[in-house]
Design a protein around this ligand. Structure first.
Ligand SMILES: *Cc1c(COP(=O)(O)O)cnc(C)c1O
Length: 389
């Protein structure tokens, strides 16, 4: 099947599927062997070599979703990110990174790079000249994440890719928040796309996995490091992930729609001080988001009006659960100050615009009427509590 000629949902359901020749079953059989007879000296199948039948099948699907030539899947998003970074960075090299990164990625850089002699610079604004200013003769990678966590800022993907190409620098993007449904950075000139497949690709809060998508050439280089680091994904989870991705398109489109409805509704609500969603006209990067995204995603953040306690509000929610993770079919909410960004000082959080009352909302596929009712009743409860004080 030529994946260039077929539509997104057909890629989701069919590309890479393993034909069950023995029983003609409807879905890919699962091969759990860790030991395979040599086909020839070149092909030694072994799970840590990323080449079992199920791994190879799923990699075809994920590469097709992101319009890349090849992909590798990993045991976690962080395994994907660390392996991809260390594949291109050595002692004496330099990397330019966006400041507003996923917390785990920031920890990797801040805790591991110095001892390996890797230099790094953060860019505080999303503007392209900010990145350009940080480039040095030994810069090997520019690393971005858009939309970012938790304020959903947007970085100009094509402008970054163009800048890096001029200077012969490799570009990497963490595309987790957008998912391949809403944004395909390779089409905009990015070299390497990374996903925490734990999020939208998995989508049911029951899989930990990661993926890297790129050209054949760069994937080969990443593989050379990946087989040494050993972060491959178990074939059972590979098979689960294949199953999850079949519904990726319809899940995420529904999440886009729900998030847009809720963002508009929250924006009009008198108890809400601010809403951060790239689909809103009031979002400072709305025009850029419209240009580079196919949908605005299922993630949004908001702040309650001054005087309304965000943690009490969170506790009063019944349908929307508090959760560290995101992107499942169920709606979840968290306070970045108390969780994902708790390790940062208040000053560092201020620098990123993260206020104490901020709540990050991962919108699920439920009926928006039920989500609104839940938010409404929680707001009423905390307003009563406040009056009693
Ligand atoms: C969750 C997440 C990661 C890390 O993925 P794990 O699967 O938890 O290792 C990386 N980037 C983003 C944007 C994430 O949300």
């Amino acid at each position: 099947m030529n994946s260039k000629k077929i539509g997104f949902n057909t890629i989701c359901t069919h590309v890479g599927e393993i034909d069950d020749k023995q029983f003609k079953g409807a879905i890919s059989p699962i091969y759990l062997s860790t030991s395979y007879a040599f086909e020839n000296v070149d092909i030694k199948r072994y799970p840590r070599y990323f080449n079992t039948p199920n791994q190879e099948a799923l990699c075809k699907k994920i590469a097709a979703l992101e319009k890349g030539e090849a992909s590798l899947i990993f045991g976690s998003g962080m395994a994907a990110i660390s392996t991809a970074l260390f594949a291109f960075l050595a002692k004496g090299d330099h990397i330019v990174l966006q400041r507003t990164l996923y917390g785990g990625t920031a920890n990797l850089v801040n805790e591991e790079f110095e001892k390996h002699g890797i230099e790094y610079s953060y860019v505080d604004s999303q503007a392209v000249d900010g990145f350009e200013q940080k480039i040095k003769p030994n810069t090997k990678i520019i690393y971005i994440e858009t939309p970012s966590n938790p304020l959903l800022t947007i970085t100009d993907i094509k402008a970054i890719a163009d800048l890096a190409k001029q200077k012969n620098i490799i570009t990497m993007i963490d595309n987790t928040f957008a998912s391949p449904v809403n944004q395909n950075p390779i089409e905009l000139g990015i070299d390497i796309v990374i996903h925490s497949a734990t999020k939208y690709l998995g989508g049911h809060s029951d899989i930990l996995a990661g993926a890297v998508i790129s050209s054949e050439e760069l994937i080969k280089r990443i593989f050379q490091v990946a087989k040494n680091f050993g972060g491959s994904l178990s074939d059972f989870t590979v098979w689960m992930l294949e199953r999850s991705i079949k519904t990726l398109g319809i899940r995420v489109k529904r999440q886009n729609k729900n998030a847009m409805k809720l963002a508009k509704w929250l924006h009009k609500n008198d108890d809400i001080a601010a809403v951060y969603y790239p689909g809103l006209k009031s979002h400072p990067d709305h025009e850029l988001a419209k240009k580079q995204m196919k949908g605005f995603g299922g993630m949004l953040s908001f702040e309650l009006k001054k005087g309304l306690d965000a943690s009490k509000f969170q506790k009063e929610l019944k349908l929307i659960k508090s959760s560290m993770s995101l992107a499942g079919v169920e709606s979840t909410i968290l306070s970045p100050t108390l969780t994902s960004h708790a390790l940062l000082s208040e000053e560092e959080r201020d620098l990123q615009g993260i206020k104490n009352g901020l709540l990050r909302f991962s919108v699920g596929i439920e009926e928006t009427s039920d989500l609104k009712s839940d938010i409404r009743q929680a707001l009423e409860k905390i307003k009563v509590l406040q009056l009693e004080h």
